[in-house]
Design a protein around this ligand. Sequence first.
Ligand code: FAD
Length: 279
Amino acid sequence: MKPFEHFAPDSVGEVLDLLQSIPKAKLIAGGTDLLLQMKQGSAQPDTVISLKNVEELRGFATRKARFRLGAGMTLRGITRSPELKKHFPGLVYAASVVASEQIRSLATVGGNICNASPSADLIPPLLALDAVAHIVSRDGQRDIPLADFFKGPGKTILKSGEILLSLFLPQPSGNMFYSKHAPRQFMDLAVVGVAVRLQKNQGMVREARVALGAVGPTPLRAKKTEALLTGKTLTPKLMLEAGEMAADECSPIDDIRGSAWYRKRMIKIHVRRNLEALL
Ligand SMILES: Cc1cc2nc3c(=O)[nH]c(=O)nc-3n(C[C@H](O)[C@H](O)[C@H](O)COP(=O)(O)OP(=O)(O)OC[C@H]3O[C@@H](n4cnc5c(N)ncnc54)[C@H](O)[C@@H]3O)c2cc1C
């Protein structure tokens, strides 16, 4: 690995000052993605700024009828949070199926998002929950729906000098279910990841969210499928149609972990199964 300079500031203000004076510096949270990229040579920063000591990036709290999830919260922290278990069990489940306990105790939700891997496990549930990314820089702050955060594999809308500080989650409405399809039960990346959230009223779907991972350059919302479900009562036929429509809405590639054909088939099955589970 190429030698690099390392800073470990204690506050967001110091991180932003460092980013302003060294624009090419790379942020590191748990390092479970970045260190591998540095070892393999795909990332070769001269300067690395650690977020480990920054208290403002941690924690989960209620704020004015919505929730704030710190970008620096570890996945282990998410799986151990009674508050998150109570309000967002689908998100907690998604964190629990990432890698191993050792990795989860380092890996952060912010790193999972900012690494922008199409197969990242926390992104589909956060999309289904209508999460909003709270971004700060020395020029100010902005709130962006997470659905607009990703530009391609490994690419986000974050500009030089910006960091993801936290995520805002609206009060949960309805139930959300995440399922991950991977050949191995543990320590495997998703071949597909599917999050479905439904808010129902007297058996009828009032609001639907269907978010898909590992089936396109970025995780995506299957908006036609959401529209198909909205205003209807779930029937076996509708759930089958929703699975088929979601498979049509995604554009997976063939790779070592599965062909495009197989991924579409898995989307069809997982969307239908998640709907059945929510029914
Ligand atoms: C063996 C192994 C198995 C894995 N299995 C899975 C799996 O099953 N599912 C899965 O989804 N992932 C998996 N991963 C990937 C990884 O663990 C996760 O993506 C993790 O959540 C990344 O978080 P991190 O804190 O380690 O990120 P880091 O490696 O520290 O950072 C990742 C990227 O995000 C940027 N970044 C981090 N925080 C911020 C911030 N607050 N603001 C702006 N930019 C930021 C960094 O600059 C870097 O570019 C696995 C990794 C390993 C090594």
